[in-house]
Design a protein around this ligand. Structure first.
Ligand SMILES: *Cc1c(COP(=O)(O)O)cnc(C)c1O
Length: 363
């Protein structure tokens, strides 16, 4: 018996998507981004599918520790850096690469010299204005790192693109130019491109690329689906009908009586809600697949249930299969209907959702 709400992971798609990354960026080494539990897909499970990635990257030290302690020997980059000696000790002990983005980190490095060394990624702030050194600071930071005894040379250089998902926005080219101005006189490998860079801005392809969302088969652009870019979605989200009912004209459905019936109709109740990670703000009309056919969501999404209009499916009954997103119903489309991005939907799958692995290597 399958649980009421479950996510099927087509793990073979991960390798297909990595091959696509290599097609778009044939010269580049690939740092596979696996932060936030591999975008909700399961950190270790996804790491196992990527033996050929040149490095892994996560946001936080705890995520890197989980990977290393599970036995992965690849380079693992901690994108968020570190803030204290204790964290630096862990990085050194477990041989994790780390992003250096402010002078406090360099101070900690120089105050805690031990007989170990680590790979660092010097982060340049080219316009995102979150982490990284400004062009006025970068030479000083580079010079301090190249003379720091624990830092392996040459150091690596990186920046992050703020607007690359908008292919009309010339900020991306400005950021790339700024990065080249900031780092052109340094030795060391460079990394600029996230998924949107890889797919949309060949100028951003340098020694290393950093794909996240595209590894999971999803488009970083709101106007295109992963499918249109040759990617295959890894996750699909499923549930089933648990009731069907008829409504009279004037009756309402759900919290706040948000949906009012205009002509007598049949509707269904599906066992999935925001308690599973289905978006609370999905609008009336958001498509849902019942028995493989599109029907519209009606009324508010509640914690454990949603309601759908079954006018087009009078024969549908309790127990029938429902798909919320996946191959036939792109999560990109659902994200648009909920005024969000696919990233939040993938990361937002909750503990209650059972993961069903579909791994052709095992079957
Ligand atoms: C998350 C992240 C990425 C990957 O971004 P996608 O849009 O998912 O490809 C790349 N680089 C950094 C620094 C990130 O934080």
């Amino acid at each position: 018996m399958l649980p009421a709400a479950y996510a099927v992971l087509n793990l073979e798609a991960v390798q297909h998507n990595l091959a696509k990354v290599r097609q778009y960026a044939p010269q580049a080494k690939v740092m596979a981004i696996m932060k936030a539990n591999a975008y909700g897909h399961g950190l270790l499970r996804i790491a196992e599918q990527l033996p050929n990635a040149d490095a892994f990257a996560v946001a936080r030290l705890d995520e890197g520790i989980i990977l290393r302690k599970a036995g992965f020997t690849q380079r693992i980059v901690i994108l968020g850096g570190f803030t204290c000696k204790e964290e630096l000790d862990q990085l050194l002990l477990l041989d994790l690469d780390v992003v250096i983005h402010n002078f406090d980190q360099i101070l900690i490095l120089n105050n805690n010299i031990v007989q170990r060394s680590l790979n660092v990624w010097l982060k340049c702030d080219t316009g995102m204005n979150r982490l990284g050194f400004k062009s006025t600071e970068i030479n000083k930071a580079y010079q301090l790192l190249t003379t720091c005894p624990m830092v392996r040379q040459p150091i690596n250089l990186m920046t992050h693109l703020a607007n690359a998902d908008n292919r009309e926005d010339d900020k991306t080219l400005k950021q790339i130019r700024t990065f080249k101005q900031m780092t052109g006189h340094f030795s060391g490998e460079c990394s600029i491109a996230n998924s949107a860079g890889i797919l949309g801005w060949h100028e951003s392809l340098t020694n290393w690329v950093r794909p996240g969302i595209m590894l999971y088969g999803i488009s970083p652009f709101s106007e295109l689906t992963g499918h249109q870019l040759g990617l295959r979605p890894v996750m699909s989200l499923h549930s089933r009908l648990i009731a069907t009912k008829n409504l009279e004209k004037g009756e309402t459905v759900g919290y706040a009586s948000r949906w009012i019936c205009e002509t007598p109709t049949r509707f269904g109740v599906v066992a999935i809600g925001y308690g599973d990670g289905y978006p609370r703000y999905a609008k009336t009309g958001t498509p849902v697949l019942v028995n493989g056919q599109r029907v519209p969501l009606i009324g508010r999404v509640s914690m454990d249930m949603i309601t759908v209009d079954l006018a087009s499916q009078p024969q549908a009954k309790a127990g029938d299969p429902v798909e919320l997103w996946g191959n036939e119903l792109p999560v990109e489309e659902i994200a648009n209907c909920a005024d969000t991005i696919p990233y939040t939907l993938l990361c937002g799958i909750t503990q209650r959702v059972q993961i069903v692995e579909q791994n052709p290597l095992i079957v």
